[in-house]
Design a protein around this ligand. Structure first.
Ligand code: ZN
Ligand code: FE
Length: 757
């Protein structure tokens, strides 16, 4: 007896070897029919004995390829067609395009083995890949995922590659980027008008790195600037040429053993490091590499993920390489060859240019593993994966915030978060932002006449102004700090669960137009979040511009203390221009009100000794945490909570008093951290009891501070409250768009609706 059925598989099922897997599984069960990529996943038609069909369906999810992520399987009876064998059909165009696009995958063990097997036709070939590994998102130019719609379209396969591509028994069966040295792209080393191609290019690049030179290296989602991380001169030159004074550099090492020589690698951290996403993992440093991560006790380490990286190490490149996004200062990573050659001229001594184009820039992801992994920057290996199911029928596009921008598209109830885009104050980042919006809308063929666009409540944000120009059905603004809290609940899919939300960051537009950043809310994503407490307000001269100068931020906070020593004198030694800031403050010139905990940390850092300008966002707070971690545990400074307000005055008064008395800055920093943690706990315990809540959400950039998160979590847990934090999207503004999408989708109260004209 023959039965027939049609099976639809949704999820990450294209570009991950799914059709070949289905093909082999069908043949193993003597079934006839076909499999094809469709716009919304993979379609399978099966004909054969009922036991065969049953066995097939049993194994379909259980034995799927490692990179596949199945969202759903629908099986329906179908009329038999009399098929005699099982085949892979050409992809179907048209229909709904909601297939999930696979992120880029690090080279797999079998390809790695071939890469270093001298008898293999792809030995030392930097573009080796298979159905289990290689680029995906960074080479796709359209859906469905097929070779003509990738940046490999211009390289016709030779007989060998075509043979493997069409052979169901091959592990390159329908591997879209398949190539070999005879038919595929190569790497070229360019330096001073000279160009070398192929193996020599990689060898020579490794030699230049050994000689202390800076080489721009084309990777998967963009260019890196590479140099020997142990060569202090090379590192200094890179910092000078890149205008990157102090922001930490990530390093790449050949293997986990080399990582262990530099940092503590827990079992959890190792699993993330070796995973197919291969992100930069922040590890507790064991050694100090001069100039790599100043004033920081973590080191960002990643393992090689492109075949080229393995080849560089094998050709003798130094075993700890700086691998930093190739750009000037805060611009987004360069990914187009002409652009890279132009903008990096004067920074790089040579360019290792890969001939395969990159379709879109995707920066390295950054993950911290503190027990569980926490995403700090979502990029290569994760984007554009779905991070949450979002119960809304219509499409929603959430544009995020202006700092650390990333966007979220909700389509068919799935929330897809884009790669990290950057700071929209930068022109290049704004261009990348527009490209990413257009890219996602086009890739998923989103109907604009039903699109809900969500943006930050800040009327002057570039992302808000952009939203106003987008042709769409409806627009909605969502308040920044509520979006932070909602991002945690959206990740968890807990729409109705009432929680207390602590949203601490540097800046965000408040309901009253003030600069918020120390907010506590009660509510749920579905019902909306009511502001129930906040940091005591302070004046801020220059508004958000004060974020660059901790001493400038300090002025308004210190002004509220009863005892104010001369901060320009020892031991504080603020710069003389601080007096001008105080003058502006008292005449209320260009002065704004803020409840920002980020600025409170800046103030404490300034009072503890960080009196210079910062050279990257969050630097002063990171410095303060670094100081605090060097101290033995000390008693917290007082920071009382009452009447919906966290009062920073006793906290800062204690900092000032102890500094004057000559207490160790490390101890002062620690007592400050402990004071803030205690205050958060007191407020949460009191508010939770009042409102009968049992869980606390911690989100916002301030909660990238490990010391603070650990202290608050331990205390809240001890008081019987559950602590919920971000994992899939960053706690910083990189997670805002997911929270925006969730709140708008739920039609929550705090969304100030602004129907489009
Ligand atoms: Zn492979
Ligand atoms: Fe924020």
């Amino acid at each position: 007896m023959t039965t027939a059925c049609s099976v639809r598989v949704r999820g990450v099922v294209q570009g991950v070897g799914f059709r070949p897997f289905v093909f082999r599984l069908a043949r193993a069960n003597t079934l006839a029919g076909w499999v094809t990529n469709a716009g919304d996943g993979v379609e399978i038609h099966l004909e054969g004995a009922p036991e065969g069909v049953r066995a097939f369906l049993d194994k379909l999810a259980a034995q799927a390829p490692p990179a596949a992520d199945i969202a759903g399987i629908d099986v329906e009876p179908a009329p038999p067609t009399g098929a005699q064998e099982f085949v892979i059909r050409e992809s179907v165009r048209g229909g709904a395009l909601t297939t999930r696009i696979s992120p880029d995958l690090a080279i797999c063990d079998r390809c790695l083995h071939e890469l270093f097997d001298p008898s293999d036709p792809r030995a030392s070939y930097p573009y080796i890949n298979c159905t289990d590994c290689g680029p995906r998102y960074s080479i796709i130019t359209g859906l469905p995922y097929d070779r003509p719609q990738t940046t490999m379209a211009r390289w016709p396969m030779d007989a060998r590659c075509a043979g493997e591509y069409h052979d169901p028994a091959s592990r390159r069966f329908h591997a879209q980027p398949v190539a070999c040295p005879a038919c595929g792209p190569q790497y070229v080393l360019r330096s001073r008008g000279d160009a070398v191609r192929g193996d020599d290019a990689v060898r020579r690049a490794a030699g230049l790195l050994r000689d202390g030179r800076i080489v721009a290296v084309k990777g998967v989602g963009g260019y890196h600037l590479a140099c020997d991380a142990r060569d202090a001169g090379a590192v200094r030159a890179l910092r000078e040429r890149k205008f990157r004074k102090e922001k930490p550099f990530a390093v790449m090492v050949p293997d986990v053993a080399a990582a262990r020589a530099l940092a503590d690698v827990s079992a959890e951290a190792e699993a993330v490091m070796r995973g197919p996403a291969r992100p930069i993992v922040l590890l507790p440093a064991r050694v100090t590499l001069p100039g790599i991560a100043p004033d920081n006790d973590e080191l960002g380490v990643m393992l090689p993920y492109a075949p080229l990286h393995h080849l560089l190490f094998a050709c003798g490149a130094p075993d700890v390489l700086v691998m930093t996004s190739a750009n000037r200062s805060s611009e987004p990573i360069a990914y187009e060859d002409d652009d890279a050659l132009a903008t990096l001229d004067g920074i790089a001594d040579a360019f290792l240019v890969g001939e395969r184009p990159i379709a879109r820039r995707v920066e390295d992801s950054v993950v911290r593993v503190d027990g569980e992994p926490v995403m700090l920057r979502r990029g290569r290996g994760y984007a554009p994966g779905a991070v949450a199911a979002c119960p809304v029928r219509r499409p929603v596009l959430a544009l995020g915030a202006d700092l650390k921008n990333a966007i979220t598209l909700v389509i068919d109830g799935q929330a897809f978060v884009s790669q990290h885009i950057g700071d929209l104050a930068d022109y290049e980042a704004r261009c990348a932002f527009g490209e990413t919006v257009r890219d996602l809308l086009a890739m998923y063929d989103v109907p604009l006449d039903d699109l809900l666009v969500v943006h930050d409540a800040h009327p002057q944000y570039h992302s808000s102004l952009y939203a106003a120009e987008l042709p769409c059905a409806e627009r909605r603004a969502v308040q920044h700090h509520r979006a932070h809290v909602a991002s945690v609940m959206a990740e968890r899919g807990e729409w109705d669960r009432p929680v207390l939300g602590v949203s601490f960051d540097g800046t965000g537009y408040g309901d009253d137009g003030a600069i918020w950043g120390g907010e506590l809310f009660a509510g749920s994503v579905a019902s909306g979040f009511e502001r129930v407490a906040h940091l005591r307000g302070a004046d801020l001269v220059g508004g958000d511009a004060a974020a660059r100068h901790p001493v400038q931020a300090a002025a308004g906070f210190v002004e509220q203390l009863d005892d104010r020593p001369d901060l320009c004198a020892a031991p504080f030694a603020f710069p003389p221009w601080y007096r001008d800031v105080v003058r502006l403050l008292r005449s209320r010139t260009r002065t704004f009100t803020t409840t920002s905990v980020g600025r409170l940390f800046d103030t404490a850092a300034a009072l503890t000794g960080f009196t210079r300008a910062i050279s990257f966002e969050g630097q002063a707070a990171m410095w303060l945490e670094h100081q605090a971690r060097r101290s033995v545990p000390v008693d917290p400074y007082p920071c009382p909570y009452g009447d919906g307000e966290l009062d920073f005055r006793p906290l800062l008064a204690a900092v000032v008093r102890d500094r004057v008395r000559g207490r160790e800055p490390a101890e002062i920093a620690h007592a400050f951290h402990a004071g803030v943690a205690r205050a958060v706990c007191d407020a949460c315990v009191s508010l939770a009891a009042l409102r009968d809540l049992d869980a606390v959400v911690l989100s916002g950039g301030v909660f990238q501070n490990r010391l603070l998160v650990r202290d608050v979590s331990v205390q809240l847990t001890a008081r019987g409250l559950a602590v919920l934090v971000n994992h899939a999207v960053p706690p910083n503004d990189g997670g805002i768009s997911l929270g925006q999408a969730a709140l708008a989708a739920m039609d929550a109260r705090p969304c100030t609706s602004s129907r489009s004209r």
